[in-house]
Write a protein that binds this ligand. Structure first.
Ligand code: MTE
Ligand code: MO
Length: 466
């Protein structure tokens, strides 16, 4: 319903509240119950101290209804009615006077105002409202084997499609013996598997790169873990029967839009080779932490590719297309590759597996602590192999091995902890470095690359002890 701000102003000689009976009558009129009967939903109300001025924030179907409701106040002074918007809507529209964003480029889309408000209420750090891009706040990670769905980071290139699961279909076509057309029910009736998988955006930590590079300025929260349930991708491809001439399998999302400097509309699409699919244990997931996939995470179906940077895990999946050549879509060849300078040569490499990394979750950066011993805790993960060890250095001291909490995990982050005592007060830096069982470890500094991917430089947190 539309939102309005109401302002009532009267002269001091005509203040109705000086008469207790009149004042009470107006108060009853403003009661939530009475307002509701007149089709007005009051969100808040307050009078300015020492001034004869009252503000209301209300929702109502239209302005005449609001004016009618305020009639009793007109006897004492002026009533101004201002059509209004939530702050989330203003930001999602791109300014106070901007028109609401176009949200139906490729079909019905989620309301940007609503998804943005939900993200803020859940405590996510919102980078952009439209399309929604929001990271997990690091303190929210504490203790979680998985992140609750509402706290899981969100990375979108386009607006969020609002798909009707009763009409939705997954098409499997191209170089297959038996093209498939599957409903959500068809998929849910197939044998399912659940896997706890950490997703990390390849741009996580990009804000640290110096010189700064374009793109979302993620801090460290573009990473989360969930238990995903669905059908193994390989089962569906086996059902369809991939022909021997196949090279790439393309995954197409329902979302899309125009790309910079182009006129045509492109969908979000990514590909994997048949070998990558076999090695990856990828799932076609319809549930996240035991609930249907939330709309912002790909409802009704998404791909989840364990160990890979999040970009491969295509959301709002509608088509799987098997082709006989290397796929060259925008998000495959023009984005999501490392461009490094190595020995004075420009080297390009695709973004694939998550690079090994540890995050310090506790204590928080800038936290003040009483200096009588505390525990450093965090998570660590790597796409290539389980975590072998996480070492911690306090105040520039030697690396000390932390304790890994629980079993070694293949595709989900691993908690670690180390109780420490520090011999002096003041500002102290804490550093954590992970190494995986494939022998990979983290570089001292973020490795700059033109598009700002895969920063796994050792994280540093400063705390104040006294
Ligand atoms: N259809 C579609 N799938 C997508 C994206 C997208 O914009 N559209 N973003 C990708 C990127 S870059 C990441 S990091 C993950 C994020 O998944 P999440 O929003 O569920 O955390 O989704 C991937 N899948
Ligand atoms: Mo990403």
């Amino acid at each position: 319903m539309p939102l309005f701000i109401l302002h009532h102003l009267h002269d001091s000689e005509r203040c109705p509240a000086t008469d207790p009976y009149l004042g009470s009558a107006l108060l009853n009129h403003l009661s939530r119950a009475n307002a509701r009967q007149q089709g007005i939903q009051i969100h808040g109300e307050a009078a300015v101290d020492g001034e004869h001025s009252l503000y209301l924030i209300v929702e109502a179907l239209d302005e005449p209804r609001v004016r009618d409701f305020m009639k009793p106040f007109e006897a004492f002074g002026r009533v101004n009615v201002y059509p209004a918007s939530s702050c989330a809507k203003v930001v999602a529209s791109g300014g106070c006077a901007a028109a609401p964003p176009c949200v139906d480029l490729l079909g019905p889309a989620a309301d940007p105002e609503k998804v943005c408000e939900n993200a803020i209420e859940a405590g996510l750090v919102v980078h952009r409202c439209h399309p929604l891009n929001a990271e997990t706040s690091i303190p929210a990670l504490i203790g979680g084997a998985v992140m609750p769905n509402a706290h899981f980071y969100v990375r979108n290139h386009f607006q969020i499609p609002n798909l009707d699961s009763s009409k939705w279909r997954l098409a499997v076509r191209g170089l297959v013996e038996r093209p498939l057309d599957l409903s959500l029910r068809d998929l849910q009736n197939l044998p399912s598997e659940s896997r706890v998988v950490t997703l990390e955006c390849a741009g996580n930590g990009r804000w640290q790169l110096d010189p700064q590079v374009d793109g979302e300025q993620w801090r460290f929260g573009a990473v989360s873990t969930a238990e995903w349930t669905g059908v193994p991708l390989i089962d569906i491809l086996d059902r369809a029967g991939v022909k021997p001439t196949a090279r790439d399998v393309v995954f197409r999302g329902a979302d899309g839009g125009t790309l910079e400097g182009r006129s045509e509309i492109a969908h979000f699409e990514r590909s994997l080779t048949a070998d990558q699919i076999r090695e990856s244990q990828a799932l076609l997931a319809y549930a996240m932490n035991g609930e249907p996939l939330p709309i912002q995470h790909g409802y009704p179906l998404r791909l989840v590719v364990p160990g890979w940077y999040g970009v491969s895990s295509v959301k709002w999946l509608t088509e799987i297309i098997v082709i006989d050549r290397a796929f060259s879509g925008h998000f495959q060849t023009e984005r999501y590759f490392y461009e490094w300078r190595r020995d004075d040569q420009l080297v390009k490499e695709p973004v694939t597996l998550q690079r090994v990394r540890a995050l310090i979750v506790e204590p928080r950066s800038g936290q003040r602590l009483v200096n009588d011993g505390f525990t450093i805790r965090g998570v660590a993960w790597s796409g290539a192999a389980p975590i072998a060890r996480v070492e911690v250095s306090v105040a520039g001291g030697p690396w000390q091995e932390s304790r890994l909490v629980g079993d070694r995990k293949r595709h989900s982050w691993q908690w670690w902890e180390l109780p420490v005592r520090v011999g002096r007060n003041g500002t102290v830096t804490l550093r954590a470095r992970a190494t995986d069982l494939a022998g990979r470890t983290q570089p001292e500094r973020p490795e700059w690359n033109r598009l700002g991917y895969g920063n796994n430089g050792i994280q540093e947190v400063a705390v104040h002890l006294n």
